[in-house]
Design a protein around this ligand. Structure first.
Ligand code: HEC
Ligand code: HEC
Length: 299
């Protein structure tokens, strides 16, 4: 905190406390100091108010709170003054983090030695991985990692970027960004409609065969470089397999044809954040083990 703001807080707090003390003195009226029948001069519909002193215990409560407040500030500090107790929220956090590190650091270190694909056989590793998952990943992928519209299901062994232990770990370390271009301008609405029918055919869904035949020509020119000549996708680009009828973008409010049309018209850009800087490599390792376990039957 800058000296100015520290001084400002000091002054403001000091003035407030002195003001409270002054207020007590100004309104205090000692018992028997003057006429017991004296009134405050207030009159409500003819009912008058005696000017009696405050009960002593009541008055003392004010003093106690004021002294408590001064003592509290002296112990915990105010502004840049650290206080006699030398306590700070940052200090407490550091102490708790150190205690936590001491307690769990060794466990994380031990798990870091176990290959990702073998962590699933260790119930404690899976449980700890799940905890980290719920705190950091469930927001997007769901509590049970089942995914949502635009957020991949991590339990089904169908992968955009590959499902080996190392590939999952790479997804976590680097983050992932799927780049599907928009086709509305290049293909026009007839082109998009044709290639949509071809994607429906590829995935074994009901389709218009005539349009799909036109779509196949467009597909081989425009799409096969990323999704593969046979439509099975490319994990180097995160281009999904279009033949397995598992969809990243299947809005429950729309039917499949509408979803595919939307994808083709506007493009898509799924974004998975990178985690190594946030969680550290040992937690990422444990998480990769947990994600791997989801589709490989944790014991
Ligand atoms: C902000 C939302 C968000 C959060 C938080 C998030 N993810 Fe993701 N994740 C995504 C998206 C979106 C994708 C798909 C990227 C794409 O479309 O190319 C993805 C992809 C993945 C993949 C690759 C899936 C595949 O099929 O190859 C894995 C593994 C993964 N996430 C695990 C995690 C884990 C573990 C965490 C917690 C540390 C996490 N994610 C947190 C949004 C998120
Ligand atoms: C530059 C590479 C690239 C090209 C070219 C490309 N795609 Fe894609 N496509 C992707 C990627 C990457 C994704 C995943 C987007 C994401 O993760 O958000 C995707 C997603 C899709 C999806 C959504 C799949 C799902 O599971 O919901 C469909 C459908 C699709 N593409 C069809 C096509 C068709 C048809 C063409 C040709 C007109 C095409 N793509 C051209 C890279 C490409």
């Amino acid at each position: 905190m800058s000296t100015f703001w520290s001084a400002y807080i000091f002054a403001l707090t000091g003035i407030t406390i002195l003001g409270l003390v002054a207020l007590i003195f100004l309104t205090r009226r000692m018992p028997g100091s003057s006429d017991p029948e004296e009134t405050t001069g207030h009159s409500f519909d003819g009912i008058e108010e005696y000017n009696k002193p405050m009960p002593k215990w009541w008055l003392n409560m004010f003093w106690i709170t004021i002294f408590f407040g001064i003592g509290y500030l002296a112990w915990y500090g105010i502004g840049n003054y650290k206080g006699l107790g030398n306590w700070s929220s940052a200090g407490q956090l550091a102490a708790e983090t150190a205690a936590h590190e001491e307690r769990y650091g060794e466990i994380f270190e031990r798990f870091a030695q176990i290959p990702v694909e073998e962590l699933k056989d260790n119930p404690q590793a899976v449980r700890m991985g799940q905890q980290i998952f719920i705190n950091n990943c469930a927001l997007c992928h769901g509590q049970t990692a089942q995914g949502y519209y635009g957020f991949p299901n991590l339990t089904d062994d169908d992968w955009l970027y590959g499902g080996s232990g190392e590939q999952i770990k790479t997804s976590l370390i680097q983050g992932r960004r799927g780049q599907m271009p928009a086709w509305k301008d290049t293909l026009g609405s007839t082109g998009v409609a044709a290639v949509t029918e071809y994607v429906l055919e590829l995935s074994g869904n009901e389709h218009n065969a005539e349009l799909a035949a036109n779509g196949e020509v467009i597909y081989s020119q425009m799409c096969s470089a990323c999704h593969g000549p046979d439509g099975t996708g490319n994990i180097a680009l995160g281009a999904p397999n279009l033949t397995d009828n598992i969809w990243l973008y299947d809005n429950p409010e729309l039917d499949l044809k509408q979803d595919i049309t939307l994808t083709l018209n506007n493009g898509r850009a799924g974004n998975m954040p990178a985690w190594e800087d946030i969680l550290g490599s040992e937690k990422v390792h444990l998480l990769a083990g947990y994600v791997y376990s989801l589709s490989h039957g944790a014991r």
